[in-house]
Design a protein around this ligand. Structure first.
Ligand code: GUN
Ligand code: ZN
Length: 435
């Protein structure tokens, strides 16, 4: 047995397919109540049921019976500089940005400050079982350097970008069309595909970019087609009206992004709550992706995202926290709110669809599913060890449960970071609660 091997015995749950795309739900997931995961050189070698021979073959196996192992959660939209302003009172999107967000983001001009918050942020992700994220920095290139430097230390699969913003924000947060292009390009050259890091071109949202800036963002995307694009789309009614007044020559909000060449398979649009039918078609036609941000959509009073409509239009959806608009780093909490968002629309969110969204679904939406998202042989070994029950209430609820589906549903509705016992990135333990 090589030194680089990790072998773990536990219960395992992972997804093979989108539950919305299979006739029989059993074709969407695999649950092994007594399984054996073998990791070699940071990658999955095998996941099989445990048998009598396993103990002889792997005398050093770690015994985690009684715990549940899943692929690490993936967060498809989050703002690391907003970590410290999570839960800011009283405003909806546009006033919230002016009142709380912009003053907070000002501090990231200071690289040391950005470093300090980057460390805190990554630790918070790991504590919550999140092993990959698509992340906004601020307008300052230093903010992205700081984050990537920290992610690189633990070989984390992370995508991030410098905000491009050249109007409708305080002077101290503005770049110019040209400087945003130059700085983004330099960051791409420096970081994109360095280890497990990738870059995302990041125009904040249409209202804070001039046509000149969006033109250069599109030029950059054309020069580096493999790079991501991340931005916001149709989150708030006032925001949508504002976009129409700023871009009267365009047909609507999404048409702005499409016009400047910013749609596509690697373009991730956060929120997408108030889309027109034409915009749903455009997302589908361009293969663009939605980041569903349940806690943020409720906290900022933005509205109810229609997940079923995305499935009907075959638009890929990833799950996201959108911290600091979102109120928790926990994707379990995101799912709990997602369930309620569906309830308010007279629809259901099954626990299988939910946990799929948090793992393989988000990996697919970010075109990362050839590397992460489940335990298929050869995938990079990012995974989490969960406690089924972390509170007395959860324990009582579990005792009153007799199906896998019901146990998982209780975990999804009641669980949070307290249920994350440990987190592994590329086969290495990077976070664990003190036992
Ligand atoms: N739209 C533009 N900027 C932001 C932001 O920072 N958070 C959210 N939720 N929406 C935005
Ligand atoms: Zn956001």
């Amino acid at each position: 047995i090589q030194q680089s091997n990790t072998v773990i015995r536990a219960s395992f749950l992972h997804f093979i397919n989108d539950p919305a795309k299979v006739e029989n739900i059993a074709d969407a997931y695999q649950y092994i109540s007594d399984g054996l995961l073998v990791i070699e050189n940071g990658k999955v070698k095998s996941l099989t049921p445990f048998n009598d021979k396993s103990a002889d073959l792997y005398p050093h196996l770690e015994d985690k019976r009684g715990q549940l192992i899943m692929p690490g959660f993936i967060d498809t939209h989050i703002h690391y500089p907003q970590t410290e302003m999570i839960a800011a009172y009283g405003e909806q999107l546009l006033e919230w940005l002016e009142t709380y967000t912009f003053p907070t983001e000002k501090q990231f001009k200071d690289k040391l400050y950005a470093q300090k918050i980057s460390q805190f942020f990554i630790n918070e992700l790991l504590k919550n079982g999140t092993t990959s994220a698509l992340v906004f920095g601020t307008v300052h290139p230093e903010s992205v350097d700081a984050l990537f430097e920290e992610a690189e230390k633990i070989d984390m699969c992370m995508i991030a970008g410098k905000v491009m913003m050249d109007r409708n924000a305080p002077d101290y947060l503005l770049d110019t069309a040209q400087s945003s292009y130059d700085q983004s390009k330099a960051l791409i050259e420096k970081w994109h595909n360095k280890g497990r890091l990738q870059y995302a071109i990041t125009p904040r949202f249409a209202p804070t970019s001039t046509p000149e800036q969006l033109t250069l963002a599109g030029k950059l995307k054309a020069e580096y087609p493999d790079v991501y694009v991340q931005t916001h789309l149709s989150e708030n009614i006032d925001e949508i009206e504002w976009v129409k007044s700023l871009f009267p020559e365009r047909e609507g909000y999404l048409d702005v992004y499409e016009h400047y060449g910013l749609t596509g398979e690697k373009s991730v649009f956060a929120h997408c709550i108030h889309l027109t039918d034409k915009e749903w078609d455009t997302l589908a036609r361009t293969k663009s992706v939605i980041a569903f941000c349940p806690t943020s959509n409720l906290f900022l009073g933005s509205g109810l995202f229609n997940l079923d409509k995305a499935d009907e239009h075959h638009v890929p959806v990833g799950l996201a926290t959108d911290v600091g608009g979102g109120t928790s780093f926990s994707q379990l909490r995101s799912l709990s709110e997602a369930y309620k968002i569906m309830q308010l629309q007279g629809k259901k969110l099954s626990v299988f669809k939910g946990l799929y969204l948090a793992t393989l679904g988000s990996a697919q939406s970010l075109s990362l599913d050839h590397k992460v998202g489940n335990f298929e042989k050869g995938k990079e070994a990012d995974f989490i060890v969960l406690d089924w029950a972390a509170t007395e209430l959860q324990t009582l609820r579990l005792e009153n449960s007799n199906s896998l589906q019901d146990k998982l549903f209780a975990l999804m509705m009641l669980g949070d970071e307290r249920n994350i016992h440990s987190t592994y990135v590329a086969g290495k333990l990077v976070y664990s609660v003190a036992d």
